[in-house]
Ligand binder design. Sequence first.
Ligand SMILES: *Cc1c(COP(=O)(O)O)cnc(C)c1O
Length: 427
Amino acid sequence: MNIIDQQVKALIHKELDRQRRGIELIASENFASYQVVTSMGSWLTNKYAEGYPGKRYYGGCEVVDEIESLAIERLCKLFGADFANVQPHSGAQANMAVQLSILKPGDTLLGLDLAHGGHLSHGSPVNMSGKYYTVVSYGLDSEGRVDLNQVRELALKHKPKLIICGASAYSRDWDYQTFRSIADEIDATLLADIAHPAGLIVSKQLNNPIPHCHIITSTTHKTLRGPRGGIIVMGKDFPNRIGKKDKKGNTIPMSNLLNSAVFPGIQGGPLEHIIASKAIAFGEALDPSFTIYSKQVIQNAAFLSQSLVTQGLRIVSGGTDNHLMLVDLQSKNITGKEAENLLIKADITTNKNMIPNDPQPANTTSGIRLGTAAMTSRGFKETDFAKVSEWITRLIERRNDESFIHSVKLEINEYMRKFPLYPEVES
Ligand SMILES: *Cc1c(COP(=O)(O)O)cnc(C)c1O
């Protein structure tokens, strides 16, 4: 057992080098702190802890109980919430657990169309949510904003049991209050999936879904800057609204249904090493410095979006309220796929993304999605994003000039040396 795996170690360091030298604009990515990253690699991974703190199916859980309770306590404080489950392995698992707790196979859910910025787990036909439930989708209006009239029409017509607000590629804030009034008209449960803007919400830079939405799900690794994982939160617990009763005939609290849906519903043992790391990330998000970070993320996104517009690009919905934007590339005669492949040659990482009513198919697209959370963690301010905008637009203009592309790559690699990532680790 004393073999040192040089092969995997070398690959882990190769990936660190890739992250260090490039510009990371994938909107769903971030750079977690060194303590968040290293705490995931602990011996907590050795422990089985099926169940919840104080109610485990294994012995020896005293310490992991303390860790998980701390994570729950910090998360509740962060959201001003009464209930939290920190066990979902990912955002998709959190959504699956909510759906399992509220819907029976065949029941209807209403969510944002994937092609308009929604997420696979909100009813896409290739996802479990689309295979097991009847799915109705709303979209964006001609201005690129969530069409609340359509949401209401579809809700009244199809009477979904679950309405989901939240998206993966939507640059505007959400009107949770109006969603709630629509949900109340048909007695539906309202879920806000804040996987993307969670960090900006807890630092009070965006509308707060807690007072309006029955249930909140999120990832922990996007703007929240924690380890890769999921969470479920409720501002206030409530008796479940689908008529589930216990043996004594009492209506079961929603919190119990959610906990049972996560385990044993869809998962086995919790990842206590990741939960420890979540606890650390929640602690970081409670610190006033996280609010300063979130403000900068939003300022950087507003700046980047404005400067791309100045360069002749269109931003879907005309701008951004959060950390991301969808860039329509049609005016530059380049597809999303071509732009993604071009930019990566200069170590700028982005992803192609459909724009509303995209004439191109999903594997080509007319847009790219850009986010500022990761580079803000590296220390980027507006002046640095001015460079980013210039690099992107120049690369698109001179896309066939390989030596120019290479010179930009070298310039970027040099630039990034001023923004150290995990200086604790030698390359
Ligand atoms: C990223 C995302 C998820 C899923 O996260 P995973 O951790 O990749 O499963 C869920 N919902 C939305 C809206 C997302 O953007």
